[in-house]
Ligand binder design. Structure first.
Ligand code: CAO
Length: 606
């Protein structure tokens, strides 16, 4: 049979120390030496362990309390037999010592209290008639509600037809839980989810284990809950004496009525069966463990030993996900965290930007005194360079780039373009067309054909945002640096309209008159160095775009037609893409398609 025993603070190093963490809850079943609370002095923090095994009946301290040696920490319901308890009873100086000789007193007090409760209610005639509260597990005297019921908690509708795996059991027998506390974690092929408790209570039994398969209606736990007085739930308790129930906690009574308890328990369960069917169930809470915020805004849930370990390795415990009970951070969690961090690309911090969220860190560049080797002059970066530099750096280090090279035969395109330009030259306000506008049109067409090129990776990295519009950014070389104004709805505009816009926007860029919105909303970028020269280059993807086309200078090349070499004007294309989003084969197809359209611009109207 169970007795309530006091757990007192041991020698905590002389002075008062502050309770910084409560590691157990009422109803928890502990082994001797399991940690109870964490205290902190100005020198260190330490766990105070349970001096013996038992169930936590009551906690006498809370976070923020100051305690010293001998202060009462908790009341335990400890087994009456067994070495721990025996030891405790024989040692009046032990943590639980004072409790050991007070059982008899306590039984008297309980009986008195039962009398007084019964009198207050005008029910029953005293402890002689009082029966134990059936199935009452906490062993607390006089503090429980008058009656309880046991309900069966089952798996609610989880949106799955078949069975799903139980991957974690979050409670155990004797746990006191609140409504909505997670009971078990289920894993479907879409997500993991917790099955929450519909009500607060004490876990009487856990009916599933890790690895079981469950479906809607499967029994998860049996839960003892408090019945509201006067409500129909009182039926759940079959004990006719239950209305005088506070006396039921009497230890003496308990000892005398184990058979009655069993019978009552069984009746209560039957009643609870029907009650449980009536219980309104909330659907399980989808749970993505990796997304879970740390429990601790201020204080991570970990023992001092784990804190010390984390401290030694410079680990911020708020970033570590605990795998222990109630997400308590274990030593293994810290070790795994360190392993993971070490396996990530390294580190540091030559600039604040590199330390940003998800930032890769690189070693600081060497500091060289160049003046030692000759005359130098320091020229400040332009404002645009200062802004674009960190963005280029981020894109370069965070996007896995691949560049696909190709060339398009633009012999016919050029013939047509020159012909058009001759016509335009005769007009008063004629526009000169450059190859770039044809390239823009062809790119827009290819983006419609391969929509993944018109997407962005969502910040969670789990899906793509597909855009239904085709806005293209054009890299423009200006005296102050590179800018990328955006031309909208390229797929819907004609060659002349695009030429006008390109002229206008590049003039604005060179005059430093672009507004922020002129540079927003792009889906894909083109960087044309064809007017300058070069055969190929590797442009940097302009996030959040997933690809960029580099255009180099066209060149006459001898191309084998099967019989002879033909002189053909070939335009070099360099397509860089984000390999997280675009597969190499798709990029090659896009590139081939683009070349085909540029080689035969009649395809633009198909
Ligand atoms: N092959 C051969 N000649 C080309 C060509 C190509 N791929 N592209 C353009 N040309 C020719 C044009 O036809 C024009 O010739 P003409 O004067 O004989 O008509 C000449 O080169 C100059 O063209 P342009 O550069 O003025 O016009 P554009 O439409 O091709 O480009 C713009 C406009 C704004 C993109 C360009 O001026 C520019 O700034 N390019 C630089 C982009 C850049 O810096 N990219 C690097 C980014 S990464 O650092």
């Amino acid at each position: 049979m169970a007795d309530l025993k006091e757990v007192k603070a041991p020698d905590v190093g002389g002075d008062e120390v502050e309770v910084i963490e409560i590691l157990v809850s009422k109803g928890d079943s502990l082994e001797a030496e399991d940690s109870l609370i964490t205290v902190e002095s100005d020198k260190a923090s330490m766990d105070i362990p349970a001096p013996f095994a038992g169930v936590v009946a009551e906690l006498k301290v809370k976070v923020g309390d100051k305690i010293k040696e001998g202060d009462l920490l908790a009341m335990f319901e400890a087994a009456a037999s067994g070495s721990d308890t025996a030891e405790a009873e024989s040692d009046p100086q032990s943590h639980s010592g004072e409790a050991a000789d007070s059982d008899a007193d306590k039984a008297d007090k309980d009986a008195d209290k039962a009398d007084s409760d019964a009198d207050k209610k005008g029910e029953g005639s005293g402890t002689a008639d009082a029966k134990p509260d059936p199935d009452h597990g906490s062993g607390e005297s006089g503090t429980e509600p008058a009656s309880t019921k046991v309900i069966e908690v089952t798996v609610p509708d989880i949106g799955e037809d078949g069975e799903v795996d139980v991957i974690e059991v979050l409670v155990k027998e004797g746990d006191e839980i609140n409504a909505e506390d997670g009971l078990i974690t289920l894993e479907t092929d879409k997500a993991t989810m917790d099955v929450p408790s519909p009500e607060a209570g004490v876990v009487k039994s856990v009916e599933v284990k890790v690895g079981d398969k469950v479906k809607q209606g499967s029994l998860v736990i049996k839960l003892e809950t408090s019945a509201k007085s006067g409500s129909d739930t009182a039926e759940a308790v079959s004990d006719p004496q239950s209305h005088s129930g506070k006396a039921a906690d009497s230890d003496a009574e308990k000892a005398a009525n184990s058979d009655a308890e069993k019978a009552a328990d069984s009746d209560a369960k039957k009643a609870a069966d029907s009650d449980s069917e009536k219980t309104d169930r909330k659907p399980p809470v989808p749970d993505h463990p990796l997304d879970k915020k740390s429990k601790a805004e201020g204080l991570a849930y970990a023992s001092p030993a784990v804190r010390r370990l984390a401290n030694e390795f410079g680990v911020d415990l708020n970033k570590v996900k605990g795998s222990g009970r109630k997400e308590r951070i274990l030593k293994e969690d810290v070790q795994e965290f360190v392993k993971y961090e070490l396996s990530r690309p390294k580190a540091n911090a030559s600039s604040g930007v590199a330390q940003g969220e998800g930032g890769l860190q690189v070693i600081a560049p060497p500091k060289v005194d160049f003046s030692k080797f000759g005359e130098i002059e320091e020229v400040p970066l332009t404002r645009i360079q200062k802004i674009s530099g960190p963005n280029l750096h981020r894109n370069w280090v965070t996007i896995p780039h691949v560049t696909q090279f190709d060339e398009a035969d633009i012999t016919e395109l050029e013939a047509f373009r020159k012909q058009e330009n001759e016509l335009q030259a005769k007009k008063k306000d004629g526009v000169k067309i450059t190859p770039l506008v044809f390239i823009m049109k062809a790119v827009a067409k290819a983006m419609r054909e391969y929509p993944v090129f018109n997407s962005s990776l969502a910040p969670d990295g789990e899906h793509l945002i597909m855009k239904k519009y085709v806005h293209i950014g054009i890299a423009v070389d200006t005296p102050n640096g590179l800018v990328v104004p955006v031309i909208r709805d390229v797929d819907k505009k004609g060659i002349y309209e695009l030429s006008d816009e390109l002229l206008e926007i590049s003039a604005k860029a060179r005059d430093g008159k672009l507004k922020a919105q002129d540079m927003q909303g792009g889906c894909f970028s083109i960087s044309s160095l064809g007017g300058i020269g070069g055969t190929a280059f590797t442009p940097i993807v302009n996030a959040p775009d997933v690809a960029i086309l580099g255009v180099s200078k066209s060149e006459m090349k001898p191309k084998w037609n099967g019989k002879d070499f033909d002189p053909r004007l070939m335009l070099p294309l360099s397509l860089s893409y984000d390999h997280r989003v675009i597969d190499g084969a798709v990029a090659a197809r896009f590139s081939v398609y683009l070349s085909a359209v540029l080689s035969d611009i009649r395809k633009l109207v198909l």
